[in-house]
Ligand binder design. Structure first.
Ligand SMILES: *Cc1c(COP(=O)(O)O)cnc(C)c1O
Length: 413
């Protein structure tokens, strides 16, 4: 039995068709004929449910969006061209100049620079916190705070947030809470924990084999007396009036997708759907393999960072709140860049690349690649040490991974 058994039936049934082509069909057209002017008017005002134009959505992507919404129990989802564009879409459709953001976690390099370098140019200030700085996070919230952003697992610092506690802070303060759940789809169920908006890079474990760049935003329904009904979110109110519980989706489509155009291609949505079908099986296998691999590497004296190890500061949180695992990643600290390079050069199994969540095991030295642009202070905050190697475990046999890594470590001088 897979730990993600509850998804196995719905994912394959929803992705495939019982009549005609079984595999999801790829609708390649950029535009769609409306038939007549009455229909055209209805399509534009939303009373006729037909595609408008591929920038606003595509039938193949709609199928993927439907499945992702089912996966997370959301009211709707929007597929995008990449994970970064999902984050961009989700954030810019809520914030405006002079608003403030609180960002908690690892964080992924692109996300950090999006907040720190790019949004700041548009007059949106972000303050950054570690997952355990709950009091500082609470204190940082003010009238201008529009959004709290969080990663479900620190990538690559492997720190685990108390998502429920952070959601309570956000909900008590009436501030939107967004989570990047790229690393832990199925393992973490953000809406059940009080999160409002979920973003994914589907490029990673959801596609699962480096076949398609993609992203998605999943939204919860707007309820009665919702925090989004407060004055803070007054730009949303016209959409609450017209679209009701779908307001967050419609707002993002109109304010983000229509005006910025980070739309998913039909072909990439097709490939992502094929990946999603087997996500429960792959996730079950990989999260088990990760635990086996880190245990043996740790026992053999490598400096391994993963919350399944009792030495990890969030081990208890892992046991309590991350019972289904925390994704495909762990890190090894080789203590110096030279040793890290030597170790990686000695391996034969992993692909040396910046991606994660692939069928194959991937590995990369962090400081010389993704984080090479970052100053020392930021690297300390993000947990990037000189010898840090990030590993994303794949579908290989666990003992093949272990033996390759142990052999590589043995020959490091
Ligand atoms: C890869 C990644 C992203 C960005 O996704 P792309 O598809 O590469 O644009 C965002 N967040 C996390 C946690 C990631 O791993």
């Amino acid at each position: 039995m897979s730990r993600f058994e509850k998804y196995c039936t719905s994912f394959v049934q929803l992705a495939g068709n019982k009549n005609g082509a079984v595999s999801p069909s790829i609708v390649g057209s950029a535009s769609f004929g409306y038939g007549d002017s009455q229909n055209a008017e209805g399509i534009f005002d939303g009373t006729v449910k037909k595609p408008v134009y591929a920038r606003m959505g595509n039938p193949t992507s709609a199928k993927l969006e439907n499945l992702l919404a089912v996966m997370d129990g959301g009211i709707g989802a929007i597929a995008t061209s990449s994970g970064m564009s999902a984050i961009t879409l989700a954030v810019i459709s809520i914030v405006q100049t002079s608003d403030e953001v609180i960002s908690i976690g690892g964080l992924f390099g692109g996300t950090y620079s999006f907040f720190n370098e790019t949004l700041s140019r548009f007059g949106i200030k972000t303050s950054f916190f570690d997952v355990d700085e709950l009091q500082n996070i609470k204190n940082a919230i003010n009238d201008k705070t529009k959004l709290i952003f969080l990663e479900s697992v620190g990538n690559p610092n492997m720190r685990l947030p108390d998502i429920k506690a952070i959601a309570k802070i956000a909900n008590d303060a009436g501030v939107a809470l967004m989570i990047d759940n790229t690393i832990t789809p199925l393992c973490v169920k953000p809406f059940e924990l009080g999160v409002d908006i979920i973003v994914y890079s589907t490029t990673k474990i959801i596609s699962g084999n480096a076949s398609a760049l993609g992203g998605a935003v999943v939204y919860r329904a707007i309820g009665k007396n919702d925090k989004f009904s407060s004055d803070k979110y007054k730009e949303l109110h016209p959409f609450i009036k017209t679209a009701g519980k779908m307001a967050l989706v419609v707002n993002a489509k109109k304010r983000g997708m229509r005006d910025f155009g980070m739309s998913a291609s039909a072909f990439n949505s097709y490939l992502t759907l094929l990946g999603l079908e087997t996500l429960p099986l792959r996730m079950d296998r990989i999260t088990s393999t990760v635990e086996q691999v880190v245990k043996v590497l740790d026992e053999n004296g490598l400096h391994v960072n993963h919350p399944s190890l009792s030495s990890h500061p969030h081990h208890q949180r892992y046991l309590n709140d991350f019972k289904d695992g925390c994704g495909t990643l762990f890190t090894i600290d080789m203590r110096s860049k030279q040793k890290a390079f030597e170790f990686l050069n000695n391996t034969t199994l992993p692909v040396i690349t910046a991606n994660i969540g692939d069928s194959r095991t991937l590995a990369l030295h962090m400081a010389s690649t993704i984080y090479s642009d970052f100053d020392d202070k930021t690297r300390v905050f993000l947990g990037i040490t000189d010898g840090l190697i990030r590993v994303s475990v794949g579908l290989e046999n666990a003992f093949d991974i272990i033996s390759d890594f142990l052999k590589a470590a043995k020959h490091v001088k």
